[in-house]
Design a protein around this ligand. Structure first.
Ligand SMILES: Cc1cc2nc3c(=O)[nH]c(=O)nc-3n(C[C@H](O)[C@H](O)[C@H](O)COP(=O)(O)OP(=O)(O)OC[C@H]3O[C@@H](n4cnc5c(N)ncnc54)[C@H](O)[C@@H]3O)c2cc1C
Length: 310
């Protein structure tokens, strides 16, 4: 069975690895590979952000959490476990996924910072995408996966006995799916460690400081329907001012770069089988702000669908 995956972001590569591990012949065909995908820009903290339907995404996120932990414990250095504190304006029930992770606690009142009234702490994987994406690609090739650079206008043009559509925002034209829209994200890189990550994950006030081993990724923006891939100075200023409220020790002299990416958002992520001209196409796109967080859970789900539909 020859399976073709369209797309070489974190969704396409993780799915490719799972299918190879199950013994299928897999080729990834993509217009862009790392470092030129949205996945390369992901910040990337494990956190189910801007993605639905939560009864499924919570499960896939938890499965991915366990896989990241396993990879880290096997020695993959670009995954680290870091503490993060999320601050909220009002008392809120803990998210459904909080029961599935080893460290989650409600913050004490003296741990809540100004302008917030509630919060929690969790320990979760930080994935350094500039190292993780090349690692995924090399693992895919080592397992016997093939790659090809090509761009398709329509999913019907893709060769192969079975197709997996991991084209992210590209699905808007490839599958004529206007529900997929960009949610623009800009980030700033700073050579300074906040100790623990600090977060305000509400889309309107989105603020995050994600500590990697060498830099901290500061964000963010979540601009819906915005296709602009150029860096905007005013967004940098807004990101820095928001982060300074959560992390007053931030020193702007340590800034070393910026980046922008378009999250492939959809009212719900699309993971399902469709018959197109008698051929089986499995869609796996629309992961919004959580494509890394969901990557292994979704890859396993695609592998299950493939197995049932052989
Ligand atoms: C600033 C920012 C911060 C983020 N932070 C996080 C985070 O902390 N945690 C997290 O989990 N997620 C985060 N995300 C979200 C995450 O980056 C995305 O959800 C994820 O990268 C989506 O991966 P993907 O593989 O589905 O899509 P992509 O990475 O966009 O890959 C799509 C692939 O399809 C190919 N393609 C598209 N159209 C075609 C076509 N017509 N023909 C051939 N190939 C095609 C592309 O070239 C590409 O290779 C962040 C995103 C941004 C922008």
């Amino acid at each position: 069975m020859q399976i073709t995956i369209v797309g070489a972001g974190v969704s396409g590569l993780s799915t490719g690895i799972r299918l190879l591990e199950q013994g299928y012949n897999v080729k990834i065909i993509s217009k862009e590979f790392s470092p030129n995908t949205v996945s390369d820009v992901a910040a990337a903290w494990w956190y189910p952000f801007l993605v639905e339907p939560i009864e499924k995404t919570n499960k896939w996120s938890s499965e991915s959490f366990n896989e990241f932990l396993r990879l880290k414990n096997e020695g993959l250095e670009c995954i680290t476990m870091r503490l993060g504190r999320e601050y909220l304006e009002e008392k809120t029930d803990p998210p459904g996924w909080s029961k599935d992770i080893p460290h989650f606690r409600i913050l004490e009142s003296d741990e809540i910072i100004e302008n917030y009234n509630f919060g929690w702490e969790l320990e979760a994987p930080v994935i350094e995408m500039h190292l993780y994406m090349p690692w995924l690609l090399s693992k895919f090739k080592k397992l016997g996966g093939l790659i090809e650079i090509n761009e398709f206008e329509k999913i019907e043009e893709v060769p192969g006995e079975m197709i997996v559509n991991c084209s992210g925002l590209g699905a808007r034209t490839l599958s004529n799916d206007e529900e997929v829209i960009p949610v623009r994200g800009q980030v700033v890189y700073i050579k300074q460690d906040p100790g623990f990550g600090r977060y305000d994950q509400q889309p309107e006030s989105l603020t995050y400081t994600i500590p990697r081993r060498d830099v901290t990724v500061l964000g963010g923006t979540a601009q819906i329907g915005d296709w602009d891939e150029k860096i905007r100075d005013k967004d940098n200023e807004s990101i820095l001012s928001k982060c300074e409220l959560l992390w007053p020790e931030l020193d702007r002299r340590n800034i070393i770069g910026t980046a922008v990416g378009l999250r492939p958002s959809r009212y719900e992520l699309r993971l399902e089988l469709e018959l197109i001209n008698g051929r089986k196409v499995i869609h796996n796109y629309g992961h919004g702000g959580a494509g890394v967080t969901l990557s292994w859970g979704c890859a396993d789900e695609v592998a299950k669908i493939v197995k049932i539909n052989m």
